[in-house]
Structure formats: structure tokens, C-alpha cells
Write a protein that binds this ligand. Structure first.
Ligand code: AMP
Length: 425
């Protein structure tokens, strides 16, 4: 028999893990709507050229990490390594910039693919949830995007969140800084990694992203972006920071933060979080401001700002969080003859919005209660011959163990009341 495995760098996810993941994504989606975002769906694969153009020909994503393939008609395609370029392409294809009010505020969720070395929190297929705010260049839009990230992590219950923020300025500032970096690294580059040698020629800013330990020591002495920002860029960054101050948000200005994609300008940021177990999975969310991406993919020049959460990293950090209940009600029929009555009761509860499930087949009360506990049901409804005669059910609260007899006609109100009470606590 063949022994099939999930491909390297991918994983299977079900039950608790998948429930937690869905809760995270549901919360992010509903918060995005609170901030005025609308959903967008784009293809999982696009032409390779789209990403080469947007992320940068020499970026790690394009040079090493893309899943490219030639389709049966000879087109060079790839699985999306990120969403922003596809969203910009869709805005142009659908002319959303002309038919909808600006800014366009869009959110997405789905898989992205990067051929990276798998490790904790790094996969080859991973999920991102992100927002893009397209069409307004304002420190308020940048700050609002950061605030969304902060707000989301707060609602998701993350403590010890660290927000790292930096400005990589406008093009003029970046050109000046690139020259300064080139000058600084020229006589050191022979002792650095092969990637850095290539980066020095193509885009020395990327050297700052290098993860090689020996190179990091050299990089720490490099000139800082902040010293090369022109007045306009400085003022813009100061405005973003003062809005964050005004909203009481803590941040660390990190002069070495440049982010791996080519299209950013002005504000860039990342959120980091140390898990309960001490795990540090790197950035759980990254984003920034970009000015030319829409134009690069054939649209008008409109400034934008966006962020993306890595859903697996959020999920891993919440691994110990098992508050989740799969079911509101687990109904237990004490004898098989009453299966029909219990089936109707369960269906009625579902029609009233309760997550309800029941035992089938012969099971002792104690083993059925164990199933209810394993499913993390809030209540067990126990129905025996006596209850059928009286038109009642025994309702057992599985966390307090309190048990009450409730009339069938009142069960919906009863559960509503009890679940409401639990949620208030
Ligand atoms: P990026 O598009 O590189 O800015 O990534 C945005 C977020 O996606 C990061 O902050 C991570 O949380 C997550 N992420 C990026 N690459 C991976 C990966 N290979 N596996 C899991 N999550 C990732």
C-alpha cells in the first residue's frame, strides 16, 4: 500500500485546530467590516510576471520561493506567494478605481504559497488574512491600518504584542539611502553571504533583511534609514506616529525594518508576539504603505496601505487556548425507541440556531456523557422514558454539573437564557 503524506511544508488541520482557525478568521472578517472593508476574492494562481513586477525581480519571493508552472497552453503561471499584487491586478481588471468610491477598502483570506524551508510557523502553503486601503495618501490611512492590526490582536486575546514600525520614506529618500548603503557595504561585501553580494548590486536595502548571523553583525553598523529621510517623508512619519500616540498605541521605531517586498514606501510595520510557551514565530502580521503598485500593474497612480496576518502563526500562538466549545447541546436518548423524538428535538434546536448533536445507537449514559464532554458541549439533554411521558428533558450543565428538568416547550428559551448568562460571566 502506498503511504501518502501531506507534501513537505503543508499540513492537515481539523477539529480543535480548524475550529480555532475559523474563529480567528471570522473575528478578523467581522472586524474588517467594522472598519468599512468589503471582501474580495482573486485567483489562487496568476501570471508569474505579475509578481516579478510587483514584489521585485530580485526579491527572495521571486528568485527562490515561487511555485511556478507552465500551463498546458505554455503560459508561465505561479501560485500566489502573497495577495496584494493579485488584488491590485483585480482592481485594474475590474476598473474598481473608476466605478467605486475611493478609498477602496478590501479584505481577503486564503492560501498563499512560498517554497521556503519549513520550520515552526513557516509553511509552503499558509493562509493570510489581509486588508488593502487603496486610493488615499494620508497618515490617517496608514495609522488606521496599524490600528486595525492592534485592535484585531487585542480582540483575539493576544497580550505581549510588540508593534515595530519604521519609515522607508519616499523614492528620493530611498535613493539617497541606497547610495549610502552601497558605499558602506562595498568594502565589507566579500565577507558576506552570496545573497547579500547579489543584493548589493540589485537592491542594497534587501541586505538589511539578511538572516545570516555573521552578516547581521556587519549590518548592525550600517547607516540608518531615519538619517536619510527628506523633510516631507519625516513629516509624514511623524504624523503617523502622533496619531498612534493620540490613540494610546505603544510602538517601537525599528530603524532596520525594511520588509522583503519592493513596493513599499513611507510607513512599514510588523506585529510580533511571544506565545504563552515562550514561542517566538517571527512576525504575525506585516504591512505598509505603497505608492506605485497599482500603476505598475496597469492602473492609475494611487497610494495604498495594507497589512496581512499569518493565520497559522496566530493559530499556533493560541494552541493552549481550549475554551472553545464545539456544541451547545448534546442530546442523549436513553433508549433506542425514543430516537425519533430526540431527533425532532435536536432538529428543532438547530432551527433555533443552537449547535446540536445527538447519540445514535445503544450507549450507556456515562459513555454518552463522556462523548458530550469530549465534544466540549455546554449542555447534555437527557431523555428517558419518564421524560417522554412528561414531555420534559433533563438538562445537565456540563461545566457546573447542575441538572434541571425542563418542559420541551420551554427548552429554547431556557437554553437562550442560560447561554446568555454564561456569556455575560
Ligand atoms: P508577508 O507577505 O511576507 O509580509 O507576510 C505576512 C505575514 O504572513 C507574516 O507576518 C507571517 O505572519 C505570514 N507568513 C509569511 N510567510 C509565511 C510562511 N511561509 N508560513 C506561514 N506564515 C507566513
Amino acid at each position: 500500500m502506498a503511504n501518502y503524506q501531506a507534501p513537505r511544508g503543508t499540513y492537515d488541520c481539523s477539529y480543535e485546530d480548524a475550529f480555532r482557525m475559523e474563529e480567528i478568521v471570522d473575528l478578523l472578517k467581522s472586524l474588517a467590516r467594522v472598519y468599512g472593508y468589503a471582501p474580495i476574492y482573486t485567483p489562487t494562481f496568476e501570471s508569474t510576471a505579475l509578481f516579478a513586477r510587483s514584489a521585485g525581480e530580485d526579491s527572495d519571493i521571486v528568485t527562490k520561493e515561487m511555485y511556478n508552472f507552465t500551463d498546458k497552453s505554455g503560459r508561465d503561471m505561479c501560485l500566489r506567494p502573497e495577495f496584494t499584487a493579485g488584488v491590485m491586478r483585480a482592481i485594474v481588471t475590474e476598473k474598481l478605481y473608476a466605478t467605486r468610491d475611493l478609498p477602496l477598502k478590501l479584505y481577503y483570506f486564503g492560501s498563499a504559497f512560498r517554497y521556503e524551508r519549513p520550520q515552526a510557523g513557516r509553511y509552503r502553503e499558509f493562509r493570510q488574512f489581509g486588508i488593502e486601503n487603496v486610493g488615499v495618501s494620508s497618515p490617517y490611512s496608514d495609522a488606521e491600518t496599524v490600528l486595525f492590526g492592534y485592535h484585531a490582536l487585542e480582540l483575539l486575546g493576544f497580550s505581549n504584542v510588540v508593534l515595530k514600525i519604521n519609515s522607508i520614506g519616499d523614492k528620493e529618500s530611498r535613493d539617497l539611502y541606497r547610495s549610502a548603503l552601497r558605499e558602506f557595504f562595498t568594502d565589507k561585501i566579500d565577507g558576506m553571504c552570496e545573497d547579500c553580494r547579489r543584493r548589493l548590486e540589485l537592491n542594497p536595502l534587501r541586505i538589511l533583511d539578511c538572516k545570516v548571523k555573521e552578516d547581521r553583525a556587519i549590518i548592525s553598523g550600517a547607516p540608518k534609514m531615519g538619517d536619510y529621510l527628506n523633510e516631507k517623508s519625516k513629516k509624514y512619519f511623524q504624523s503617523v506616529l502622533s496619531i498612534l500616540d493620540e490613540e494610546g498605541i505603544d510602538y517601537q521605531v525599528d530603524p532596520s525594518l525594511v520588509r522583503g517586498l519592493d513596493y513599499y514606501s513611507h510607513t512599514v510595520f510588523e506585529f510580533h508576539c511571544i506565545g504563552d510557551s515562550g514561542a517566538n514565530l517571527g512576525a504575525i502580521c506585516g504591512g505598509g504603505h505603497y505608492d506605485h503598485l497599482l500603476e505598475d500593474v496597469g492602473g492609475p497612480e494611487l497610494s495604498s496601505v495594507g497589512l496581512a496576518f499569518g493565520i497559522e502563526r496566530l493559530n499556533l500562538l493560541k494552541e493552549n487556548d481550549d475554551r472553545l466549545s464545539e456544541l451547545d447541546v448534546y442530546a442523549i436518548s436513553m433508549n433506542e425507541e425514543n430516537t425519533g423524538e430526540v431527533f425532532s428535538l435536536v432538529q428543532n434546536l438547530r432551527l433555533n440556531g443552537f449547535r446540536a448533536e445527538m447519540t445514535f445507537g445503544k450507549k450507556s449514559l456515562s459513555s454518552a456523557l463522556k462523548v458530550a464532554l469530549r465534544k466540549k458541549a455546554r449542555f447534555a439533554l437527557i431523555v428517558g422514558e419518564e421524560e417522554i411521558q412528561k414531555d420534559t428533558v433533563q438538562v445537565k450543565n456540563l461545566s457546573t454539573h447542575a441538572q434541571e428538568e425542563v418542559n420541551i416547550g420551554e427548552i429554547v428559551d431556557y437554553l437562550d437564557r442560560e447561554i446568555g448568562k454564561e456569556q455575560e460571566e
